[in-house]
Ligand binder design. Sequence first.
Ligand code: PMP
Length: 356
Amino acid sequence: MSETSPKLRAELEGIPTYKPGRPAAAGGTVAYKLSSNENPYPPLPGVMETVTAAAASFNRYPDMFCTALMNELADRFGVPVTHLATGTGSVGVAQQLIQATSGPGDEVVYAWRSFEAYPIITQISGARSVQVPLTPGDVHDLDAMADAITDRTRLIFVCNPNNPTGTVVRRAELERFLDRVPGDVLVVLDEAYREFIRDPEVPDGVELYRERPNVCVLRTFSKAYGLAGLRVGFAIAHEPVAAALRKTAVPFGVTALAQEAAIASLRAEDELLGRVGSLVCERKRVIEGLRAQGWTVPETQANFVWLRLGERTVAFAAACDQAGVVVRPFPGEGVRVTIGETEGNDIFLKVAEAFR
Ligand code: PMP
């Protein structure tokens, strides 16, 4: 049998890999999965019915252009349908954005630490990551990010709220930053957790997109809408960005089930946003619990909290495993813990207390 050539092998093996959130602990333990920022509520019965009905024709390809979903989104956000593009989760759309704009020799700027996918999808496209450290308070350092722009910069991600810290950038500082970005550099406002924001000073990215042709907003059905397993996200951007995203989409990448579920979820938005409201209350309870224990936790506006643990991170995650909750460790830095069911949150709080 012939061997793969060493050069090809090196190239293939050099492709970076994702580390997905760990699954719930196996072996019969009651485990609450607080490691992937998912929505703890089960699918709404009405959404489930729609998906079940759509499943009856999965021998057919889906609508490649997601026409009905795009029309629904255009109505919902008050944007032309030509300014929309859907994809396999917002991470799929982010990957297309880099693919469409950046290649070898180009630079992609983003804060670090931030969403784990940014370095991976940047490396896959052959572009170079320029990571700008968060401030000591775990917030985007927008001045330093603007300073990091060169004539090789093609794309900037601003993750608002930031994953994994939950911190936000507010209107005045974001506008000041956008004023400093050259018009030929695309700024992607990654708003995966938008619906969980309660701070009135955080601007809605869609409003910024309306004013600025180089701003693109990324949203997802995975978090507030509870469709993480179906994989559907979208971008709102001006032409020709949105058109480029439609051209670089994986053909038929958003399944018929995902399209139908997304439409049904938009129509059930009041109920879904009610659930988000309950999670926001639960977030307040968890944060206050941690602070009462003496922890310093950043002001999160997402559906997770960030606990800086430094060298104790791995031990903390192991203690959570033992207690029946799965959290996301970033070794040497801290843990990110999703706000989930009350029982799971309580177990996490107990572990945190034992670590003080
Ligand atoms: N952006 C951010 C900031 C995220 O945290 C995530 C999910 N963890 C995504 C995008 C991607 O989510 P999805 O692909 O499910 O839409």
